[in-house]
Design a protein around this ligand. Structure first.
Ligand code: ATP
Ligand code: MG
Length: 480
């Protein structure tokens, strides 16, 4: 027992903590109603299974009750201020021994498996994010989406599914939200009902609480992947082909200005990160993001993260502020995680004034849309410029648009690689070099398709050659 964790005298009752509610096992009613037609052996098996399911349900209910009770006691007994300096191991054994004392007092005996599960859940409640903790640890999960206390969805391999994890009630969920946002010095309440934050492990977090969230708090977590997908992985997963990778390598190395366009969760950041691996190690790269997600492998990287205003509405540092400052920091390239507002002006200017090789992502459904989004953002930034002048700024700043898409079957693909070639009259001219062609859908819902060249040779072929990237003409030839 680590006495320094134990309060000298028990103080007022802490807030009892809720726990995961038991998951009700659906009982196969159809199985019972059809009993007469079923052989006795099967009937026996079904009955035995029902007994097991009922036992399991009762066991979980009991564990939940115990957890709430013991958690209440823990909050009374633990010296919370001493927790911060303790190691994980010390804390775990402290919690385990306090829990075992409580179980003794309550004259409850648990088997080893239940005791370990209980200790882990108690630890997650006291130190971690409660029911979210096992989902955060599960490496196969990429997104966690909470729709009120009882419905937590997770995304695995591009597919959303309902998990069997729940919060006890809205109060429990709100307490965990509060824990997350207060750790980054923010607050959510009725007057300030939503918030962005970053979890300790780097995951991106957003929440919105009632009454704006109608059926209970909404939480979205994009898990931070320690090992970001590399170009080889993306080729292996069928996001694009080796030929396209060779083309993209030439495009990044020859310092084309690139925009990765795509919808929510389509793989924009992942693609941007993978493309950055083609940047030469000697270049000075500055990255600007709202939530630092990019993981560049180069030696010379300066990372910046914007900051929202604090509770008093002060201290905001926008992406635009970072970008303006970055221009004075002698960058070779600037990478903006996602352009979504007024920083577009400075981004285009940077691309037009010697920081070629810069990259960003933009929220749009196709390359033409991406250009319209840029135009809208420039207009909304309050720049009063004739449309033609604005378009020619965009056309000379941006060289390449790479379209990322998440298809209905959950796969992420680079559905278009489109070059901007200049202006024709008032219109920005573009040419698609590679595209993903959809050919059909399998009965399982899997989309059948293939990548193909459009037959148009890159407008940057000469530049590629001059920089030592002699791409074979065959990569531009379409399969028919
Ligand atoms: N080609 C791919 N194959 C498999 N998984 C992928 C692929 N591309 C991205 N992912 C995964 O999909 C998830 C979303 O990717 P990412 O964060 O890059 O999307 P995004 O478009 O930047 O999303 P947001 O709009 O929320 O910023 C991540 O977990 C990432 O690891
Ligand atoms: Mg992103």
């Amino acid at each position: 027992m680590f006495s320094r964790f134990k309060k000298d005298s028990p103080s007022g009752a802490g807030t009892p903590l809720a726990t995961t509610a038991p998951v009700t096992q659906p009982v196969d009613k159809a199985g019972f109603s059809a009993r007469a037609a079923v052989p006795p052996a099967v009937q026996q098996r079904v009955a035995a299974e029902a007994v097991v399911a009922d036992k399991e349900k009762k066991r979980k209910e009991r564990l939940t009750e115990l957890k709430v009770e013991i958690h209440k006691r823990l909050l009374e007994d633990l010296n919370l201020s001493a927790l911060e300096s303790a190691s994980e191991q010390q804390l775990k054994s402290e919690i385990a021994s306090l829990a075992s004392e409580a179980l003794d007092e309550m004259s409850v005996a648990l088997n080893k498996e239940d005791r370990l599960a209980l200790n882990q859940e108690l630890y997650d409640e006291v130190m971690g994010l409660g029911p979210l903790e096992p989902l955060l640890k599960d490496e196969t999960i990429s997104d966690i989406l909470v729709n009120g206390p009882k419905r937590i969805f997770v995304e695995r391999a591009g597919k959303l599914q309902l998990s069997d994890v729940t919060f006890r009630d809205e109060r429990h969920l709100l307490r965990i939200i509060d824990k997350i946002v207060s750790a980054v010095g923010r607050r959510v309440d009725e007057s300030n009902p939503y918030c962005d934050a970053r979890l300790a492990d780097g995951s991106r977090f957003n929440c919105m609480i009632p009454p704006i969230a109608v059926d209970g708090s909404l939480v979205s977590i994009r898990k931070f992947k320690k090992d970001k997908l590399k170009i080889e992985d993306l080729v292996r997963f069928g996001a694009f082909t080796e030929e396209m990778a060779a083309y993209l390598q030439a495009a990044v190395s020859c310092r084309l200005n690139i925009i990765v366009s795509g919808g929510t969760g389509s793989g924009k950041t992942t693609t941007l990160n993978a493309l950055s691996s083609f940047i030469d190690n000697h270049e000075r790269v500055l990255t600007i993001e709202d939530t630092a997600e990019l993981q560049l492998q180069q030696v010379h990287v300066g990372r910046m993260e914007s900051r929202p205003a604090n509770v008093e509405g002060k201290g905001a540092v926008t992406q635009r502020d970072c970008l303006r400052n970055a221009l004075r920091m002698r960058p070779d390239r600037i990478i903006v995680g996602e352009t979504r507002g007024e920083e577009v002006i400075d981004m285009l200017q940077a691309m037009n004034t010697g920081h070629d090789g810069s990259m960003t992502t933009i929220h749009a459904n196709n390359p033409r849309d991406a250009v319209s989004r840029l135009e809208n953002m420039v207009a909304m930034a309050g720049i009063d410029m004739p449309l033609k002048a604005m378009r020619s700024q965009i056309a000379s700043a941006v060289n390449l648009i790479v379209q990322a898409s998440r298809l209905q079957d959950g796969t992420r693909r680079m559905t278009s690689v489109t070059e901007i070639t200049g202006m024709e009259g008032e219109v920005i001219s573009m040419q698609e070099v590679f595209r993903f062609e959809r050919l059909g859908v399998e009965p399982s819902g899997k989309i059948i398709g293939r990548f193909n060249a459009t037959g148009i040779r890159s407008a940057y072929s000469d530049r590629f050659r001059q920089w030592g990237f002699d791409l074979p003409a065959s990569i531009y030839e379409p399969i028919v």
